[in-house]
Ligand binder design. Structure first.
Ligand code: GLU
Length: 300
């Protein structure tokens, strides 16, 4: 799993508009922007609004304004995933044509029941590993109506290297199982949308929060199945709240206070191990570009 370091650098920041940016999301935004600048690359903002029930109307515009206040402006027109269903459908069609995916009729309850019957009760808060009930070799839909499309994961451990965190591995079949690409409610799953968009936008490096690192192997499997180049990756340190959990919109993180954008950016920069900067915003950004530690695109 490695990117081609010879390709011109293209990076992105891909917020879900479930609320305004918070201190944690600014770390990922700043890191992705700095990494693109250090490598003379292009930085693109993509609004990941496929999970419509979780999106908050107007949050996309707030996020774009917050970024602009911090001097972080997309080098190309901003892309909204909600306009890109045709691309996701075309990718799913290709996966259907190569039998990489199968339709699934199981509800969450069916999955729980199958896991319990197999003595595989799952830990609380952990997503269930799909027991494979609708896999083609197990008889498919068993006469039930298809609800979702799942990607069939072959056994084996995937190894890759993160530019900040070094060697990583995951047994996707054992730890995640066959994952959903099109949900029972008809919505596109994050995994498919992100892989299709990263490829279509020519993204060569992914810089995002460490909470997303366990998605990397699933995305790599999809890239393989679709014949796409896998971007390199660098996952940034998470910002923890007072309760010891990572800051997220779900657990009520405060929107960024941007009355003093340099103060907010300094906080994000220091979290990334960069020195606090003074002067104008452009000066501060330039100082961090110079100090950026992850210059090597080929992970060791
Ligand atoms: N939309 C995702 C989020 O806001 C980020 C996806 C990504 O960077 O791959 O958590």
């Amino acid at each position: 799993m490695s990117a081609d370091p010879v390709l011109p650098y293209r990076g992105r920041f891909a917020p879900s508009p479930t609320g305004p940016l918070h201190a944690g999301s600014l770390v990922a935004a700043l890191a992705s922007w700095l990494d693109a600048r250090v490598h003379g690359g292009t930085w693109i903002v993509r609004i990941e609004d496929v999970d419509t029930p979780r999106c908050v109307p107007g949050a996309d515009e707030i996020i774009l304004r917050q970024l602009a206040t911090c001097g972080l402006v997309s080098d190309e027109p901003v892309v909204w995933q909600s306009n890109r269903s045709t691309l996701y459908q075309a990718a799913l069609d290709r996966l259907i044509a190569t039998d990489a995916v199968y339709p699934c009729a199981c509800s969450r309850k069916d999955i729980e029941a199958a896991l319990n019957a197999a003595g595989l009760a799952r830990e609380r808060h952990h997503a269930a590993v799909y027991p494979g009930t609708c896999r083609p070799e197990r008889g498919g839909l068993h006469g039930r109506e298809a609800r979702a499309w799942r990607f069939e994961v072959k056994p084996g451990v995937l190894r890759w290297s993160d530019r900040r965190l070094g060697p990583q591995s995951q047994d996707v079949a054992a730890e995640v199982g066959d994952f959903v690409l099109r949900r029972a409610d008809g919505l596109w799953a994050y995994q498919l949308a992100v892989v299709v968009d990263d490829a279509e936008q020519g993204i060569t490096q992914i810089v995002r929060g460490e909470d997303l690192i366990d998605n990397t192997p699933r995305q790599w499997l999809l890239q393989q199945a679709l014949g796409l180049q896998a971007p390199g990756c660098l996952h940034t340190p998470l910002v923890m709240g007072d309760n010891g959990e990572k800051l997220s919109k779900q657990n009520g993180a405060q929107a960024l206070d941007l009355t003093d954008p340099l103060a907010a950016l300094n906080q994000a920069a220091v979290h990334l191990g960069l020195p606090a900067a003074t002067g104008s915003l452009p000066d501060a950004l330039a100082q961090w570009v110079n100090a950026w530690p992850w210059r090597n695109l080929v992970p060791v």
